[in-house]
Design a protein around this ligand. Structure first.
Ligand code: NAD
Length: 300
């Protein structure tokens, strides 16, 4: 294991007879040096699990992503080499969907600034006139596990739902009383745009200068999917006319780029440090799902 995981996962692997080596935060160089000793490599999204690592892992049987996103793994190459690739696709759905709704409320009710003012001794009733989610149009980009759960929660807030997806999701979305639309319609009509697509060549910089131009003034943008789906520099050019932006993911994590910091420090922007799946419950579920999937993959 080369990234931080829950105690529950460590205990569960030991109880299933695995000889566990736990090196959270291991450098790429270290991983390259030790990977040949292991049957299973468990990691998060930090390291690129590419041809070089896979080739060095001469005994690897399973690559296990602690979480959902597999965009850092050369899946095709691993499978070609007979290595199973597993993840925990459902474990963090509820946590990410709940955070998404929380971010909408933080932006609409200006909660970040209101709370910070009170902490600094300022009681500025009257400064924070917010907006309700009720009656607003929510545009969901990517109506998969997380997007559809966000829709379900948003419906109970009285939001009107529309979704854009490359699949036909019209019957799923009609269950929450919403409609499937194309991306241009979604961006030009939504009050709140929330992104839930995986990172793929098609979704890289899907939110760029052209697509941001379609968004209404004062509409808000939430991204809890992958940072690279949004072109940071383009967003900087549009931020002043938008109502607010909340991001749990950035193009570069941790951020070092100057423009990324300009965005983070902008008064209309709220950023959380990729904590979508960081709940006790999600981590417990990841542990269960990962162990089950590893055992199935190796038929232990
Ligand atoms: P999912 O596979 O269930 O759903 C993704 C949806 O996006 C699918 O319906 C798919 O058809 C659609 N899609 C794919 N490419 C598309 C495109 N080019 N245009 C339009 N739609 C497209 O995935 P999920 O479990 O809902 O996860 C969604 C995202 O959330 C992933 O990117 C994942 O990495 C991210 N995530 C973030 C965190 C976090 O900590 N913030 C945690 C878990 C997952």
């Amino acid at each position: 294991m080369v990234d931080r995981v829950s105690e529950k996962l460590l205990a569960s692997l030991v109880s299933h007879g695995f000889d566990v080596c736990y090196k959270p935060g291991a450098l790429r160089e270290d991983v390259l040096n030790i990977v040949e000793n292991y049957d299973v490599l468990i990691f998060r999204g930090r390291l690129r699990i590419d041809k070089e690592i896979i080739d060095r892992g001469v005994n690897l049987k399973v690559l296990a992503r602690y979480g959902i996103g597999l965009d850092n793994v050369d899946i095709e190459y691993a499978i070609r080499k007979g290595i199973a690739v597993v993840n925990a696709p459902s474990a963090s759905v509820i946590s990410v969907a709940e955070l998404t709704i929380a971010l909408m409320l933080i932006v609409y009710r200006k909660l970040y600034d209101a709370i910070d003012d009170v902490k600094h001794g300022k009681w500025l009733k009257g400064k924070y006139i917010g907006r309700e989610l009720y009656g607003k149009k929510l545009g969901i980009i990517g109506f998969g596990k997380i997007g559809s759960r966000v829709a379900y929660y948003a419906k109970s807030f009285g939001m009107n739902i529309m979704a854009y997806d490359i699949r036909d999701v019209s019957s799923e979305i009609s269950r929450v009383g919403g409609i499937q639309v194309d991306l241009d319609k979604l961006l030009s009509e939504a009050d709140v745009v929330s992104i839930h697509v995986p990172l793929t060549p098609l979704t890289w910089h899907m939110i760029n200068d052209k697509t941001l131009s379609l968004m209404q003034n004062e509409s808000i943008l939430i991204n809890t999917s992958r940072g690279e789906v949004i072109d940071t520099n383009a967003l900087l050019n549009h931020i002043d006319r938008l109502g607010g932006v909340a991001l749990d993911v950035l193009e570069q994590e941790p951020p070092r780029d100057e423009n990324l910091w300009k965005l983070i420090k902008h008064p209309k922007v709220v950023v959380t440090p990729h904590i979508g799946a960081e709940t006790v419950e999600a981590m417990d579920r990841i542990a269960e799902e990962i162990v089950k999937n590893i055992l199935e993959a190796v038929k232990w």
